[in-house]
Structures are given as structure tokens and as C-alpha cells.
Design a protein around this ligand. Structure first.
Ligand code: SAM
Length: 288
């Protein structure tokens, strides 16, 4: 097996194929020998289990996944990487590499076709320019992944695992935690990548669960309320939601009181349960 964390080997492969990194596609390849085995192991790659990888690059993480999992499917957008991947990971019979944009794939259809009814996890070193769209695409697909273990910018990792109801949390925190629990597994310095990105990185794990989805009467209303509320998060919730969604202030105050909340509360102070409770109280009333 080729040592894809040896800088000299990597540089010589890239040179042979005349490959130049695309900044636009978020191409920072892992060259730290400790990181990929950790992602593969903590991400659940094991016999009997399937892994979806997004953006295999030259195959550094892919190797570690294919060594451990029953089956691995990797989706890569950059066609130039395919001849390289043929050389670096072509030997793995349990690996299938597909060309495409992950955001344009129907995730349930792709997984059905690739893995049938196997249990599945996602492992990836994500292209940072589309971290949020990819996470939402996976979570909104309705697929019950065992877990989603991904490298993201450290700042994003901290935001995603912040407690909803604190200043550190944002609309994206609520959106992701609606679908599961988030844990920051470990930090990764920029020197672990070739070329090194300008930001620090961290690996997070999302354990998918439907707890809040089951409690929410109208998910569309819930997400609309969260988006509107967080667009002016420092203002009083009553003012923001009455302006953006058309509810009367009296009605909003009554709903807040029912949830034993002050009428002066800001949306960023509400816990996940309180946000779901508020949306459930409001969604059945047409504000117009
Ligand atoms: N997994 C490799 C590693 O860890 O060394 C490469 C990770 S690199 C941060 C991100 C990879 O995602 C690149 O190979 C890039 O070409 C690919 N990529 C970018 N946008 C994509 C998209 N929309 N769909 C699928 N792959 C994409």
C-alpha cells in the first residue's frame, strides 16, 4: 500500500500527473500519519459496516477506511484526481469511487444503490467552502446514519457543538442539533495538511437522532422561526418575530409566558426544547 502521508511520495505522485491544487474546491490533503486512522476508527469503519466518504482527494483517508470497513463509496467532484486514485487506492476491491457533486446526489438513492440495507456512517475531510450545505444535505436526507464524522474548520466545530441557548450558538447550531448531538473529537493543526490551510481544523462527530424532529409539529415553521430569529439575535424575540413573521406582540408574549419565559427574552437565550415549544405554540395560528 502506498504511503500517502509521506510528503515526498505525495509530491512525486502529484507531479507525475501534473496535478495542481484547486483552492476553489477546498483541496487541502491530509499528510499527517496519525489523523486518518483516528478518523476511520472513531468514525465506525469496521467489518460489516459501510462508509460514505465525501471528497477522497488522493485517497489518504480512503485507504484507512477501505482497510477497516466492509464497503466504502467515495464521491469526488474533481475528475483530474481519478487517474491518481486509480494508482493510490485502485487495489481495494471493497471501494467504489464515483464522480459527482455530493450536493447534487440524492443521498437515499445513492446509498440504496451502493449499500442496500447495510448500516452506514459518513467519514470525510470536508471541502470547507461547502461545510454547512453538505451537513444539511446529509441531515435533511432523512437517512439514519450511525454517525457523521468530519473534519471542519475549528471555528465551525466550536459553533456546531455549542449549547443552544448560549451566545456561542447560532442558527446553524440549532439546525444541526435538531438532527443529532455534536461532539468535538480532536483538533488538527494546519501543518497536518498539504497545502496547509489558513485556519485550524477539528474533527467532529454527529450522532444522528430524531428526538426533536419527533417533537416538532411543523418543521418548516420551526426552521423559518429560527432563521428569522437569529437574523437579529440580539433584539427581543417578540419584536423580531412579530416583524418578520407577522404575529401580534400580544400573541407572542402569551406564548412566551406559557413557556415560562420572560417577554424580554432574545432567541439566542432559548434552549432547543424551548425553541421547539415556541414553534409548536405558534405554528397552528395563522398570523394574518
Ligand atoms: N480526503 C482527502 C484528504 O483528506 O486528504 C481530501 C480532502 S479535501 C479537504 C476535499 C476534497 O473534496 C477534494 O478532493 C475536493 O476535490 C473534493 N470536493 C470539493 N467539492 C466537492 C463536491 N461538491 N462534491 C464532492 N467532492 C468535492
Amino acid at each position: 500500500m502506498m504511503n500517502l502521508t509521506d510528503i515526498r511520495t505525495v509530491k512525486s505522485v502529484l507531479m507525475r500527473y501534473g496535478f495542481h491544487f484547486s483552492k476553489k474546491l477546498g483541496q487541502n490533503f491530509l499528510v499527517d500519519p496519525t489523523v486518518c486512522p483516528r478518523i476511520a476508527e472513531m468514525g465506525g469503519a469496521r467489518p460489516g459496516h459501510a462508509i460514505l466518504e465525501i471528497g477522497p482527494g488522493i485517497g489518504t483517508l480512503t485507504q484507512q477506511l477501505a482497510l477497516r470497513a466492509e464497503r466504502v463509496t467515495a464521491v469526488e467532484l474533481d475528475k483530474r484526481l481519478f487517474p491518481i486514485l486509480e494508482e493510490t487506492v485502485g487495489e481495494f476491491e471493497n471501494l467504489h469511487i464515483l464522480h459527482g457533486d455530493i450536493l447534487e446526489q440524492s443521498i437515499p438513492e445513492l446509498l440504496e444503490q451502493e449499500f442496500g440495507d447495510m448500516s452506514i456512517s459518513v467519514c470525510a475531510n470536508l471541502p470547507y467552502y461547502i461545510t454547512t450545505p453538505i451537513l444539511m444535505h446529509l441531515l435533511e436526507s432523512g437517512v439514519d446514519f450511525e454517525s457523521i464524522t468530519v473534519m471542519v474548520q475549528k471555528e465551525v466545530a466550536e459553533k456546531l457543538q455549542a449549547r443552544v441557548g448560549t451566545r456561542q450558538a447560532g442558527a446553524i447550531t440549532v439546525a444541526v442539533q435538531y438532527y443529532g448531538t455534536v461532539e468535538l473529537l480532536f483538533s488538527v493543526p494546519s501543518r497536518s495538511f498539504l497545502p496547509p490551510p489558513n485556519v485550524e481544523s477539528a474533527v467532529i462527530q454527529i450522532r444522528v437522532g430524531r428526538r426533536y424532529a419527533q417533537q416538532t409539529k411543523d418543521p418548516k415553521h420551526f426552521f423559518r422561526m429560527v432563521r428569522n430569529g437569529f437574523s437579529q439575535r440580539r433584539k427581543m424575540l417578540v419584536n423580531v418575530i412579530s416583524t418578520t413573521m407577522g404575529y401580534s406582540k400580544e400573541m407572542l408574549i402569551a406564548a412566551l409566558h406559557e413557556l415560562e419565559l420572560s417577554e424580554k427574552v432574545r432567541i439566542e437565550q432559548l434552549s432547543m426544547e424551548q425553541l421547539v415549544g415556541l414553534s409548536n405554540l405558534l405554528c397552528e395560528t395563522d398570523p394574518t
